[in-house]
Design a protein around this ligand. Structure first.
Ligand SMILES: O=[N+]([O-])c1ccc(O[C@@H]2O[C@@H](CO)[C@H](O)[C@H]2O)cc1
Length: 841
């Protein structure tokens, strides 16, 4: 039956009634005896696309538009159940509109892992895959009990560009190679492989792209127009998303609140179609894009990209935003349709993508045919999951200072501890944000009390409490104890969603307390908490404070992990995944400046480009043991290509930099082409060199003789491509486990062709002739421990030609003067879409 304008308009009036509030439960369609039983969507011998098309073909336009929001009512007349698309699982199944924890008993908790920034510090992709596998297992158990959907809006994979960012804690760190590798492992665990018959869950890479500022100096995320040049875009902002789309086959993307170079990302066909779908080959119709929550509304206001609400909805849908988090599509697409701004096939495409993804999750299939329908609460927070949450915290914690070998602490003879600070008895704080209900939260105080006598006192109180009344117990505790441990720093009261920082220093009150504690002259350690770094120079340079740890947001067993490291039950081996800048960094560059390279108004950003002296650099992390490192002879296309030359070949075993190989770029590319397996989806991913690295635990001067992990970070330096050159770039990493004193372990580091390339000003990825060095630095990132060099000669080669944005980026509609709509004012709440209503004019 043809759809008439009046039928569409009449649907408008009933939308409010059709779209329910937050869905309180998930049901599966009845494919046995329900109205859809004879529709091909229920035929599991067909492919997902054919099945989804069959379902969509029997929906009316009203029914289609009703189901374009994050809370979709389904189609009651067809027995198609309601479905909530918005589930969160940043570091465990998390409280969010589609997730329903019970008050007690079964499903009242899920495993709560550390925040990603601490898991990033582990530099252990196998750990990340294991964590993600637990999360997807628990998510499935929740789904089987009707307590969650099957898609999760995680990971947050925007690089942590500026230390002030309130949500940097949600990311694995600042380095694009690290994030790209981490996210591959994560998606593998969440989805259950690259292209499984049944996905475990659908993951969602967010926020595409250029989103890394909440609210700073009057700039807010809903309105911000990030100015990003093509070089930084491709080199820095895009790689994690490329890894999601091209290399990991992620099921979903989320476009962001901000605009990029004038265009709101959710309405940008260049980003969502030219780059994401066409350039990265994310063409599978089982994959969809959702908007960030109410981001379509923001396309109208405050971005003023569209002249009407209908136009904002239409432009976004046409650009490729298939789901709208919120109700904006459901409210405004009917009028957009009746005004001829969209046609039905565009709505069909969005729905086909949604339903084929649910089909790939087994939503329409019989339970007995599926691997995940049998999971239940006995698979949630298992002893193995608990161990993994603990291990993830231990692996991430970074030892920043250990003068005189104070750590590991010697608690023999019943030495007592004064445990002081706002984090000393932290519980919920240890989870950061986007958390669920944990099974338990073991605080530092709890952990310390298992070990010895503890005198506990809270710290100066909050982040800026002017009173000092509650400082008295601090001195009392310090006077009584043998050892002083201060646990503080920052938390989500100063860094969070919607809140960036203005300072990256410790609060004055905390520094005053720490300084006075140091004057007791007792053995003293500080534990710095929080996701963003704070300038710890006053602690680093205080001779009376022997030790400093960074412990991020360590999750459900954080206190145990911290004290096991402090006392040597576990060995520290995490590395900083972000630069710890000096406090004056924030005066040197506005947060809104998106450039990476240094310039007249910026000292540069990240370890690659920052031209000042970091307090602690990216990659920094001490151990209790000492290690030596050496490279073995590498193999792979680079070595094969080098052997074509008469000159001395690449000799990766030479740590002292005597061996120099010369490689013709054309030979290298030919060798890559002939060696690449079908698993390599793009020449950038060709493993150009496999470098064996032998790591030896040479023992320890401390009382601890236990084994230790060691993170191998391989950096590329050299002069190739146009100046300026980055200080160094991470091109490979791995974590070796449990190396006993005197033992060695050899790991193999793959360096891809793309890892050797640089990006030009137009965003093209190019292999340049020049001098290349691969180096591993010591744990302070100062001295070179091992190095191998080679030269590339011949003509430069383009590995990836970047699609240039088109003229369509010129503003469509600016200057209505209408501003003020669309400001996020609360947390998850009870609005019609499951969100708190945003500030209305
Ligand atoms: O209205 N709310 O309740 C609300 C809550 C969270 C929120 O943040 C956005 O929602 C998350 C969806 O995954 C994105 O990561 C984040 O940018 C936006 C709005």
């Amino acid at each position: 039956m043809p759809v008439t304008v009046s039928s569409v308009l009449s649907s408008l009036s009933c939308l409010a009634a059709i779209v329910p509030a937050v869905s309180a439960g998930f049901a599966f369609p009845d494919c046995v005896s329900g109205p859809l039983a004879n529709n091909s969507v229920c035929d599991d011998s067909l492919d997902p696309l054919t099945r989804a098309k069959a379902l969509v073909s029997v929906l009316t336009i009203q029914e289609k538009i009703n189901n374009t929001g994050s809370t979709s009512p389904g189609v009651p007349r067809l027995g198609l159940p309601a479905y909530t698309w918005w589930q969160e699982a940043l570091h465990g199944v998390a409280s969010s509109p589609g997730v329903n924890f019970s008050a007690k008993g079964d499903y009242s908790y899920a495993t709560s892992f550390p925040q990603p920034v601490l898991m990033g510090a582990a530099f252990d992709d196998e750990l990340i895959k294991a964590v993600a596998t637990v999360i997807s297992t628990e998510a499935r158990a929740f789904n089987n009990d009707g307590r969650a959907g099957l898609d999760f809006w995680t990971p947050n994979i925007n690089p942590f560009r500026d230390p002030r960012w309130g949500r940097g804690q949600e990311t694995p760190g600042e380095d694009p190679f690290h994030l790209s590798s981490y996210v591959r492992a994560l998606i593998d665990g969440l989805q259950g492989g690259y292209d499984p018959k049944y996905k475990r869950v659908v993951a969602t890479c967010k926020h595409f792209v250029g989103y890394d500022m909440e609210s700073w100096n009057g700039n807010i995320r809903y309105q911000f127009d990030a100015q990003i040049n093509m070089q930084d875009m491709v080199e820095y902002y895009m790689p994690p998303f490329k890894s999601c789309a091209r290399d990991s086959n992620v099921g979903a993307f989320m476009c962001s609140y901000n605009a990029v170079n004038g265009v709101p990302t959710c309405a940008d066909p260049w980003l969502l179609d030219d780059v994401l779908r066409k350039h990265w080959g994310w063409t599978n119709e089982e994959q969809w894009v959702t908007s960030d929550c109410d981001a379509i509304q923001n396309v109208f206001l405050p971005h003023e990209w569209a002249s009407t609400r209908e136009e904002a909805a239409a432009l976004s849908l046409i650009a490729g935003t298939d789901i709208n988090c919120g109700t904006y599509y459901q409210n405004h697409l009917p009028a957009a349709y009746s005004q001829g701004l969209i046609n039905e096939s565009t709505v069909d495409q969005a729905l086909i993508r949604q339903y084929s993804s649910l089909i790939r999750l087994g939503y329409f299939d019989p339970a007995e045919k599926q691997p995940y329908r049998q999971l239940n609460f006995s698979h949630v927070n298992t002893p193995e999951a608990q161990k993994l949450a603990y291990q993830a915290a231990v692996e991430g914690i970074v030892l920043l200072k250990n003068d005189g070998g104070l750590l590991p602490l010697d608690l023999r003879n019943n030495k007592s501890i004064a445990l002081i600070g706002d984090w000393a008895n932290a519980t919920t704080q240890m989870q950061g944000n986007y958390f669920g209900q944990p099974p338990y939260l073991r605080s530092p105080l709890h952990a310390a009390q298992q070990l010895t006598t503890v005198y506990y006192a809270t710290g100066p109180g909050g982040q800026g409490d002017p009173t000092t009344d509650h400082w008295l117990p601090v001195w009392d505790a310090a006077a009584k104890a043998d050892i002083i441990i201060y646990v503080g720093g920052i938390d989500n009261s100063v860094e969070s969603e919607g809140m960036d920082r203005h300072a990256v220093a410790w609060t004055g009150a905390q520094l005053d307390v720490i300084g006075q504690l140091a004057q007791y002259g007792k053995p003293m350690a500080v534990v710095q908490m929080g996701g963003g770094q704070i300038d710890s120079s006053p602690i680093k340079h205080n001779a009376n404070i022997s030790a400093l740890l960074w412990a991020g947001y360590p999750g459900q067993d954080g206190g145990t992990a911290i004290f096991d490291i402090l006392t040597g039950r576990a060995a520290p081996a995490g590395r900083l995944p972000i630069t710890q800048y000096p406090a004056d960094f924030v005066a040197q560059v506005p947060m809104t400046d998106m450039t990476l390279r240094p310039g007249p108004n910026s000292p540069g950003r990240t370890y690659k480009w920052y031209n000042g002296t970091a307090v602690y650099p990216f990659g920094y992390g001490l151990h209790y043991a000492n290690f030596s490192v050496s490279f073995g002879p590498g193999d792979g296309p680079l070595v094969a290509a080098a052997s074509k030359n008469k000159t001395k070949n690449t000799d990766a075993s030479d740590n002292n930099n005597k061996g120099t190989g010369v490689v013709h770029i054309a030979d290298l590319i030919a060798a890559c082409n002939s060696s690449s397996s079908s698993a390599v989806s793009h020449i950038e991913n060709c493993p150009a060199l496999n470098l064996p690295v032998t790591i030896r635990n040479t023992g320890t001067n401390t009382s601890s003789s236990s084994a230790s992990d060691y993170v191998a970070l391989l950096f590329l330096t050299g002069t190739f491509g146009p100046a300026p050159h980055p200080a160094r770039s991470l091109v490979a990493y791995t974590r070796a486990h449990n190396i006993a004193p005197g033992d060695t372990q050899t790991v193999r580091l793959p360096i891809t062709l793309g890892g050797l390339a640089r990006v030009d000003e137009r965003g093209n990825t190019i292999l340049y002739p020049g001098a290349y060095s691969l180096v591993m630095l010591d744990e302070e990132q100062k001295e070179v421990l091992a190095k191998t060099e080679f030269k590339l000669v011949g003509s430069e080669a383009v590995l990836d030609r970047w699609p240039q944005p088109t003229a369509s980026r010129t503003p469509r509609h600016k200057g209505t003067g209408e501003v003020g709509e669309g400001y996020f004012i609360g947390g998850f709440g009870s609005g019609s879409s499951g969100m708190v209503k945003q500030g209305a004019r």
